[in-house]
Design a protein around this ligand. Structure first.
Ligand code: ZN
Length: 150
């Protein structure tokens, strides 16, 4: 076999299908053995990095498995605290809102009272001549006017 190893041969080589011809050529041909070496080292590197990654994963896995309860309870604590904070701030907001509302209501009440007194005071004073004018000008009937005149 004088032909160099084809990609198919190389893939078969790394798949473990190493027949005597392939092995012989790999042993005899420097080019192909170098190629196989490079491939092997690349594969080894890949395998190593994959192993490192999986090792890192498995190393962090127990932590991950161990951590969640603590993290979960911490989350729950934070959640409870946050909801408490929201509740407190909401009630404080509601309280202040109620206070401002009460103040506003009191102010509005005072304003209404003021307006009411002004109106009730204003109507007799300014409307009296007008009311008199209206009652005098367009009295209900002549009879009533006559009755009143009498
Ligand atoms: Zn070769």
């Amino acid at each position: 076999m004088n032909e160099h190893l084809s990609p198919e041969d190389i893939s078969r080589w790394f798949a473990g299908e190493r027949n005597s011809e392939l092995e012989r050529h790999a042993g005899e041909c420097e080019e192909c053995s170098a190629r196989l070496d490079r491939m092997e080292s690349a594969l080894a590197e890949f395998r190593g990095s994959a192993h490192d990654w999986s090792a890192a994963q498995s190393a962090s896995a127990p932590q991950m498995e161990w951590r969640p309860p603590a993290r979960h309870s911490a989350n729950r604590y934070i959640l409870a605290l946050a909801s408490l904070l929201v509740l407190v701030s909401a009630s404080a907001y509601w309280h202040s809102r109620q206070q401002t509302r009460a103040a506003e209501m009191a102010r509005a009440d005072a304003l209404f009272q003021q307006v009411d007194t002004e109106i009730s005071r204003a109507v007799p004073q300014t409307m009296e001549p007008l009311i008199n004018l209206v009652t005098w000008g367009s009295g209900p009937t002549d009879e009533s006017q006559n009755k009143e005149m009498r």
